[in-house]
Design a protein around this ligand. Sequence first.
Ligand SMILES: [Zn+2]
Length: 349
Amino acid sequence: MGSFFIEFRDPLFSIIILFAIIFVISFFSYWWGRYKAKDNYRYLDRFLEQFHTLPSEDDLKALIRQGELSHKSWLLLADAYTKNGDYEKAIDIYSEVLRLEDAKENARDIMFLLGKTYFKAGFLGRSRDVFLEILRKNPRTPQALHYLLLVYEYMRDYNAALEVLEPLDELGEDVTKETLYLKLLALLQAPDIDEELRKIEIVALYKEHKQLPRMIFEYLFRIDPLLAWKHLDLKDAPLLADILWQLEEKEVNFDIIAKSGFLQELYTAKGYIDIAKSSQQFELDVLIKLPEDAAATIGFEYLCEHCKVVFPFGFHRCSSCHEIGTASLEYNLVRDYQKELSEAGDSFL
Ligand SMILES: [Zn+2]
């Protein structure tokens, strides 16, 4: 029996004890390490949570009133919130900073920032009220007038927007394009106007100004392609390539195409005619030279010439820089899924 037990003086006993101590220490140090890591995560979560939930509206107001930070620092923070898309917090800051005594001399600028943020957040009524208040005290503030015009336009109150152009005109700004744009918008969106009269007035505006052809012919080609072809100035055709590209073959006026090299290239690439042999526009040139059954077509993107932002859809007023009529077309060669599907359908039959 005695051989089963190791006496405490036995060297083997010391080795077992040593290993047991090493094991216990390793286990505790591993466990402590895991516990600390978890605790650190929890601490970090709690720490980050503060930034999601704080400051609340009341905390923010209290902090601003304490006056430990200058109003300019708060404006910087509000600007950061605006850039981050957190308009609500920015609005809270601007509104509270406006109450501060040391911000009084910059009240007009802060109100302008508040109005702009209301506009971006989609609170059009409040934005209008802020800009009207600025203009009541400082009627010659072009930036506020520009934004007030935008607000009225977004509210579809085109007559009010046109009225805003008068003081801008008096301030020496060229408002010709804005005036035409607003008149066109008012005409295009008037619900109770006779369609024939609408067409006549829109054609008359095109003949008089020769501006904003995309806006005019987007409507005319949709409503009355025959009339659109009749009045289209052929030098404007390249500006309308996407609209013309979408026309069905029966809507195309081949007599007019015969008068324009660009239209011949466009519709040869489309496959409606076979006249052009090449094109300066690379994508049209490729399509002209591809075999007829190639499943390729052209997709369009829209570049704002003023701010260089590219949009996947057409626009008349750039939503980024608010300029009018600055969209230029970007051609892209893309797969023609419709053609592929119809060819697959034909071979199946
Ligand atoms: Zn732009």
